[in-house]
Design a protein around this ligand. Structure first.
Ligand SMILES: [Zn+2]
Length: 439
């Protein structure tokens, strides 16, 4: 049980249950994992909302896939190399002191350092830092790596035939975990995406990582969210169109491919940078998933039992309900491919019914409590105390639902006694909710 103390009127108590509703994707054999450098979740959403015809391929993710524009970067870093290593290893950069050394990667610099690998830098106790490339390659599948920044060489070197780990899974597929890599330091030039689109038609990599640098450069030169920044976003949208075209027209890919798109960081506070992790513009990124098995037009937060939309907040690693992060995206890719999570990784979203958590708001003099209907059937209970023998009674009346949320509202009364609320599963033989349908 977790207790939230909120303002002075109420204390909200919520119970969470581990649920095991199965989410099953069986026919994904290829995942394309796109990292759009500096793609702010806030500005991307604004662009799609205000100019949908300008971004038809981002729109395709929204219409046909499961999306959020409110995912998070690493807690401590909103920089390219640290967050990209987080994305590929499912580990925080520095994490917290109580995490084991192997649960963080410690790559806290943002330049090409040819003298280190991901495994050697920072703390020799951390050992080998396994990545999404290890799991895919060790299972006998193929991998590709495409990037627009030279400093990503460090990632390729870390998983080559010298520095990559032993393959202890089934047949020995060798230490070189990245079968093909192409790094072209460029921007405003679709060379990398063109090379990717050409390469995957002859080598149908099971997992490919594609890094597109444009939005970061446009942000540094002209400011995030400016007109020129959005012009560059049109170019990136066209790159996505090229990738969709390849998938749609190649029978090796069509119907069997998922695309996962995220960002290393956002940007825009201050206007031409992103390096301060405490600002919402910098830490808010998209996480878009497209492919068989997802309900078209759905919210990605509805698929995981251990992830919760953080609204505007920036939860640290101690918070019980973690937001979706860029660091979740590799383990999502592996789930879709039917593979286990990255060994030793920390960020493991679990497919299942989302947690039942009460959201608390004050709207026009009313306290409004709401929770998602797809969390399962619960009753709302109230009590005047939190002691062990406190008397919980079912709250009746004034519930409305719009299908997605249950809402209960209660007028604010001055000097009202403290009330505590909790959700209890209806399977515990309690009265069901008295819910009226919203017109
Ligand atoms: Zn940058």
């Amino acid at each position: 049980m977790e207790i939230m103390v909120l303002r002075r009127f109420f204390v909200i108590v919520f119970l969470a249950f581990s649920l095991n509703s199965a989410f099953c994707i069986t026919n994904v054999t290829h995942v394309i994992h796109i990292l759009v450098d500096g793609l702010s979740g806030i500005y991307l959403k604004k662009g799609i909302d205000e100019n949908p015809s300008g971004f038809p391929n981002f729109g395709r993710f929204v219409r046909e896939g499961a999306c959020t524009f409110n995912a998070r970067t690493d807690y401590d870093y909103t920089e390219t190399l640290p967050d990209t290593v987080t994305t590929l290893t499912a580990r925080p950069v520095i994490g917290t002191p109580d995490m084991p050394p192997s649960a963080k990667h410690l790559i806290n610099f943002n330049y090409w350092n040819p003298y280190v690998t991901i495994h050697s830098y920072g703390d020799t106790n951390k050992g080998y830092i396994s990545s999404v490339f290890d799991v895919v390659h060790d299972s006998g599948m193929t991998t590709g790596f495409f990037s627009e920044k030279d400093k990503f060489q460090m990632i390729v070197v870390s998983y080559n035939e010298v520095n990559g780990g032993m393959d202890l899974v089934g047949e020995d597929n060798g230490r070189n975990k990245i079968d093909f890599s192409s790094i072209i330091d460029t921007w405003n030039n679709p060379a990398v995406v063109l090379s990717f689109a050409e390469e995957i038609q002859s080598n149908h990599f099971n997992y490919s990582f594609v890094h597109i640098a444009d939005m970061d450069y446009a942000g540094h030169y002209y400011g995030w969210g400016t007109e020129i920044w959005y012009e560059q976003l049109v170019v990136v949208d066209q790159c996505l169109g090229l990738i969709f075209d390849v998938i749609d027209n190649d029978e090796e890919f069509a119907g069997k491919t998922a695309i996962i798109l995220t960002a290393d960081h956002g940007g825009g506070y201050p206007p031409t940078t992103h390096v301060y992790p405490e600002y919402e513009l910098n830490y808010t990124i998209p996480l878009l998933v497209w492919g068989a098995g997802f309900t078209p037009g759905s919210d990605l937060y509805d698929y995981f039992s251990n992830r919760l939309d953080p609204q505007h907040s920036r939860p640290d690693y101690g918070y019980r309900y973690q937001p979706l992060r860029n660091g979740d995206s590799s383990n999502i890719a592996l789930s879709l491919l039917g593979l286990n999570p990255i060994p030793g990784s920390y960020m493991i979203p679990i497919f299942g019914q989302p947690p039942a958590v009460i959201k608390y708001e004050i709207i026009n003099g009313f306290v409004v409590l709401s929770w998602k209907t797809n969390s399962g059937e619960y009753v709302l209970e109230a009590s005047s105390s939190l002691s062990a023998n406190s008397n919980w009674t079912v709250v009746n009346g004034n519930f409305i639902t719009d299908g997605a949320l249950y809402r209960y509202s209660h007028p604010i009364a001055n000097n009202a006694p403290l009330l505590f609320f909790r959700l209890r599963k209806t399977s515990d033989n309690l009265m069901p909710l008295n819910v009226s349908q919203h017109p």
